[in-house]
Design a protein around this ligand. Structure first.
Ligand SMILES: Cc1cc2nc3c(=O)[nH]c(=O)nc-3n(C[C@H](O)[C@H](O)[C@H](O)COP(=O)(O)OP(=O)(O)OC[C@H]3O[C@@H](n4cnc5c(N)ncnc54)[C@H](O)[C@@H]3O)c2cc1C
Length: 428
């Protein structure tokens, strides 16, 4: 079959890998001039490794991604360094990256709350019944079972940070999936995620896949002899098309989809993200902390502060210290409109709170990355909202971050859904 894939993120590339292996003629259309999608990276002059535009790592449980890397014989390039994650309590940072550290965390006191925190965590790790959990909001379920104090200290800040105004609508299966599928060990690829995406794309090209960069698809239409894709380069017909973009974009590309499917796509909610990446002359957290969990209530103008070079050595980045400051936001949020300079002005005082020695002169370079589609918002009973991979248009398939539910989005699940879509395409 002649198959087109729209998007060279990890979902599209993984699908291309299986489809080509099975002997199909595969063309990948990518609007950007690079592969890797949301997990792509950039390099400044003098850096040996890429830095992801949006902070990225793998969990030790990311079996689909790690499995694909093994199939490609690249497992020697996967690293699992030991980073330090910390949580704020009474103005002080406490380690929070293992069950033991969580039990020692003073923010929950030492009595009944800690027991409740432990029991709820254990229950969620052991149960597989996420369908029952999706009938409740995380807010209501956690308040009831973990108790108000544990919820407000531990879980509410996470929900507010990730989902802003929607935080009380998010279902409990999301929280379950987070606790179930995540590990404290965090992994990356030698050279960065971009280095892996480039190696995967090289492998595909050698196998005969055509990857057309800087080729934005403008529309998809069913015609008598197949599906016609239109781009600035002209139009071309395919037997099957797999779209890996956001649901809103699929709705724009294929307006001939039936009304109820289109409505379902457009009703899926998601959050955007704004992430600043700073190259600094000096280390910010001299304690070597990698990931700072920042409750919005502590007054920081961002959710996540991540010192990448407290995870990977600055020597990969010409001695620069790399810092991320990022947030999940509604696409209408003012951060999407501010210039990089204006945003830096907002963020600078917070860096000084982390290290009083910090000065503006430490900042060598600032880059800001923005995306309107960063994090799907799963509502109560969400499984019924998930669009089918096989759309009602014959031959048109859709595999996106919004469909990996009940799992939370991530490159591991992009690989899983990309390969699942490839299997479905080949079955029909
Ligand atoms: C802030 C942030 C932090 C994250 N942290 C992690 C993490 O730590 N670990 C992890 O594993 N995952 C993380 N993720 C999630 C991860 O990046 C995604 O789940 C994954 O990259 C999605 O891959 P995808 O192929 O589904 O989509 P995408 O990567 O979005 O790929 C879609 C591609 O389609 C292209 N495209 C769009 N429109 C068109 C068009 N009209 N024509 C042609 N091409 C088009 C886009 O340019 C893009 O390359 C994070 C995401 C964000 C935003």
């Amino acid at each position: 079959m002649k198959i087109a894939i729209i998007g060279a993120g990890f979902g599209g590339l993984a699908a291309a890998y299986d489809l080509r292996k099975a002997g199909h003629a595969v063309t990948v259309f990518e609007a950007a001039d690079y592969v890797g999608g949301l997990a792509s990276g950039f390099k400044e002059p003098g850096w040996d490794w890429y830095v992801e535009k949006f902070y990225h790592h793998w969990f030790a449980s990311d079996e689909h991604m790690l499995g694909l890397i093994r199939e490609l014989g690249l497992e020697d390039k996967v690293l699992f360094p030991r980073p330090y994650t910390v949580l704020l309590h009474d103005g002080k940072w406490y380690p929070f990256d293992s069950i033991l550290k969580a039990l020692l965390f003073p923010g929950l006191g030492w009595g009944f709350n800690k027991v409740r925190f432990g029991l709820v965590g254990l229950y969620l790790r052991l149960t597989n019944n996420w369908k029952a959990l999706e009938q409740f909001t995380a807010d209501a379920w956690m308040r009831k079972w973990a108790g108000r104090q544990v919820y407000e200290k531990m879980w509410e800040p996470l929900l507010i940070g990730k989902f802003g105004p929607h935080y009380q609508d998010v279902n409990m299966a999301w929280m379950w999936a987070r606790l179930k599928a995540r590990t404290t060990r965090l992994g990356t690829f030698e050279g960065g995620f971009q280095a892996f995406a480039d190696l995967l794309a090289d492998n595909l090209r050698q196998a005969g896949v055509e990857i057309r960069l800087e080729t934005r698809v403008e529309s998809i239409q069913r015609e008598a002899d197949g599906l016609t894709l239109r781009s600035a380069d002209g139009s071309e017909s395919f037997d099957r098309v797999l779209v890996t973009t956001s649901p809103a974009l699929l709705a724009r590309l294929a307006p001939d989809l039936p009304q109820d499917y289109l409505k379902g796509l457009l009703e899926l909610k998601s959050m955007g993200a704004v992430v600043m990446v700073l190259s600094l002359k000096h280390q910010l957290s001299e304690q070597g902390y990698y990931w700072f969990n920042l409750p919005k209530s502590a007054g920081y103008p961002f959710l996540a502060l991540v010192e990448h070079t407290n995870y990977l050595s600055p020597e990969h980045f010409g001695g620069d210290h790399i810092l991320y400051a990022g947030d999940y936001l509604e696409p209408e949020h003012e951060y999407f409109k501010l210039s990089d300079e204006q945003l830096l002005e907002r963020f600078l005082p917070s860096f000084q709170k982390i290290n009083p020695k910090f000065e503006r002169s430490w900042v060598k370079k600032v880059r800001v990355f923005k995306t309107a589609y960063a994090q799907p918002v799963p509502l109560v009973g969400h499984s019924k909202n998930i669009p089918e991979i096989q759309t009602p248009i014959a031959g048109l398939y859709f595999a996106s971050m919004s469909q990996v539910y009940p799992w939370d989005r991530g490159t591991n699940f992009a690989v899983e859904i990309g390969r699942r879509a490839a299997r479905l395409i080949m079955e029909k």
